[in-house]
Design a protein around this ligand. Structure first.
Ligand SMILES: C[S@@+](CC[C@H](N)C(=O)[O-])C[C@H]1O[C@@H](n2cnc3c(N)ncnc32)[C@H](O)[C@@H]1O
Length: 265
């Protein structure tokens, strides 16, 4: 298998054919949530710019197919993770039930569910439910000796002791406040519109990569999108593997990785 490379193709096929068993230290997966099909957008929003709901073919499944897909890709990830490896899966209310059920059935232990509170979430258009402002990241481990760099994670706590030292994590919890990606970090086309609908915040990946891997480890992302995971892994001296089946997104991820002098194949 090759590292520091984007593989093009379906992640289940690529993992089964190309990635060595028991070889990966950390997997971050941001799969299709199967929430598309409703194209209600807010184009003339005056306060935070236009909002576009995710509405993509790659995110649309028949329910039974979605369950089988979830079983197959999480099963494939289980096979390639090392014994002390971690699997982080990004979810919303749409898929968290299926993810938890499948991962537990495969023998993964659930260590935490991180809640990402999106401080600039899309406004409530229908006024028929509470405003949706959270996503979750489920942290699963394969064996008993998982990596958790507590002292590094402590540095993410903005509050310090009176002596200016890193503080115990009583006020930095499994609850993370971060905006949806915006400003310079957001990859945009010439028309100003985001080039990928679900680009994840670099700060979220930085936390996960630093917490659950060490330098020179292998970090794999089976739904690479714009390459956020590879970008952060490389920045913090980890090896990375990306898998993505959409050529346009691969082009985008390659650009993002090469602009920062990252090698790719
Ligand atoms: C939710 S997005 C990931 C976004 C990414 N985290 C980022 O920061 O840009 C999911 C990505 O998975 C890709 N994808 C969907 N199904 C796939 C499959 N079966 N195999 C490989 N990639 C897939 C989509 O094209 C999409 O780019």
């Amino acid at each position: 298998m090759e590292i520091n490379k984007i593989y093009k193709g379906d992640c289940i096929d690529v993992i089964n054919k190309e990635i060595d068993k028991d070889s990966v230290n950390l997997i971050f997966a941001d799969p299709p949530y199967n929430l598309s099909g409703n194209s209600l957008n807010l184009k003339n929003n005056k306060t935070g710019g236009a909002f576009y709901k995710v509405n993509e073919d790659w995110d649309t499944y028949d329910y039974d197919d979605y369950v089988v897909f979830t079983q197959n890709w999480i099963g494939a990830c289980h096979k390639i993770l090392k014994d002390n490896g971690s699997l982080y899966i990004s979810c919303t209310q749409h898929n968290i039930g299926e993810v938890l059920f499948v991962a537990k059935k495969l023998g993964f232990k659930l260590n935490n569910i991180l809640t990402w509170y999106k401080v600039n979430a899309m406004p409530n258009i229908t006024k028929r439910t509470y405003t949706h402002s959270t996503e979750f990241v489920c942290w699963f481990v394969k064996g008993k000796n998982w990596v958790f760099n507590y002292d590094v994670v402590k540095k993410f706590n903005p509050n310090k002791t009176k002596a200016g030292k890193d503080k115990q994590m009583r006020d930095f919890l499994d609850f993370i406040k971060l905006p949806i990606v915006q400003g310079k970090e957001r990859l945009r086309g010439e028309n100003g519109r985001a080039l990928h609908p679900t680009q994840k915040p670099e700060k979220l990946l930085e936390l996960i990569v630093k917490a659950s891997s060490n330098e020179n480890d292998i970090v794999l992302d089976p739904f690479f999108g714009t390459g956020t995971t590879g970008f952060i892994a490389k920045m913090f001296n980890r090896n990375w593997i990306g898998i993505e089946n959409n050529s346009e997104y691969i082009k985008l991820a390659k650009q993002r990785l090469t602009e920062k002098n990252i090698e790719y194949v």
